[in-house]
Design a protein around this ligand. Structure first.
Ligand SMILES: Cc1cc2nc3c(=O)[nH]c(=O)nc-3n(C[C@H](O)[C@H](O)[C@H](O)COP(=O)(O)OP(=O)(O)OC[C@H]3O[C@@H](n4cnc5c(N)ncnc54)[C@H](O)[C@@H]3O)c2cc1C
Ligand code: FES
Length: 260
């Protein structure tokens, strides 16, 4: 059962005009977390805003007892988060949901991480675990503009090959990340794909996966309230009718498990 944790802000660093990296002292969370899981953060001690903010576990270091979150400022809660100073106590609920299913050590095939914008957030923790299993790992990272391509050095530092594209052509190849993947597959053996990004990107990936017989896992973002499977706030349609909860059945699903 997920619990609330009293964590402390170690640093809150601005990476781009609207992206931030928050490092928390969070020993218990760092020990329990699995790649692809998320937390719900209460951004103030008051209940305004009322709802917690769901954020992916960007990185975890059990030895240091730290949890890193990577977030974009889009509205009230994330802007409040960006103003937190070192030393502030933060109430964090988690770890929540089901994360990525990792290949077994020695299993054949490479791993392709596919990130759209801030969808890169859950992929660093995953990359670390894949590299530990000696799985050849590449990141294909697409964003609107160069300023949105945050955190690349962290991937390169652990031996992940990074290829970027931007919609405006300001860094890397000009175009979207699905075209980048399609091109990449012309010259690389298809491995497992682990993706996070906007819904249209994930939907396009589902199409490509079907066409090329790719095994893909998708990390979904949905509007959330409870984060615990109790309110139906995060429902996503499943094939054959009915719904799954992104918060408890996901946020990671196989590409064939959801209808986007
Ligand atoms: C499982 C999960 C993991 C997430 N991980 C991350 C992460 O690691 N980093 C990160 O930056 N963001 C992440 N998000 C999205 C993040 O939770 C929202 O951006 C945040 O809650 C917005 O809160 P706000 O009060 O700042 O903005 P609001 O004022 O609530 O909204 C501002 C704008 O963002 C849109 N928006 C808000 N929430 C969502 C959502 N869940 N999906 C799509 N659009 C939304 C609103 O429609 C509005 O246009 C995640 C969401 C989920 C469900
Ligand atoms: S957020 Fe309440 S059921 Fe998922």
């Amino acid at each position: 059962m997920p619990a609330t944790h009293k964590t402390t802000v170690i640093s809150n660093e601005q990476l781009s005009p609207n992206s931030w990296r928050l490092l928390l002292a969070a020993q218990a969370l760092a020990e329990q977390a699995q790649p692809g899981q998320f937390v719900q953060v209460r951004v103030t001690a008051t209940y305004d805003p009322l709802l917690r903010t769901p954020l992916s576990m960007h990185d975890c270091d059990p030895a240091q007892g730290t949890l890193t979150l990577l977030y974009q400022t889009v509205g009230t809660s994330t802007r409040m988060l960006s103003r937190l100073q070192a030393g502030t106590e933060l109430d964090v609920l988690g770890p929540l949901g089901h994360g990525f299913v990792l290949p077994e050590q020695g299993e054949r095939g490479s791993a392709i991480l596919l990130a759209g914008g801030i969808g890169v957030a859950p992929l660093l923790f995953l990359a670390r675990e894949l590299v530990k299993k000696h799985i050849d790992t590449s990141l294909l990272f697409g964003a609107r503009s160069a300023a949105d391509l945050v955190g690349i050095a962290d991937f390169e530092q652990i031996g992940v090959t990074v290829t970027c594209c931007t919609n405006d052509g300001s860094q890397g190849i000009s175009g979207n990340v699905i075209d980048l993947l399609d091109n990449y597959l012309q010259s690389h053996v298809a491995g497992r794909v682990f993706a996070c990004g906007p819904i249209p990107m994930l939907k396009a990936l589902q199409g490509l996966a079907k066409q090329r017989d790719l095994a893909a896992q998708l990390s979904l973002e949905a509007y959330m309230a409870c984060g615990l499977g109790a309110c139906l706030g995060c429902a996503v349609a499943v094939p054959g009718g009915g719904f799954a909860h992104v918060c408890t059945d996901g946020p990671v699903f196989k590409e064939s498990e959801v209808e986007l």
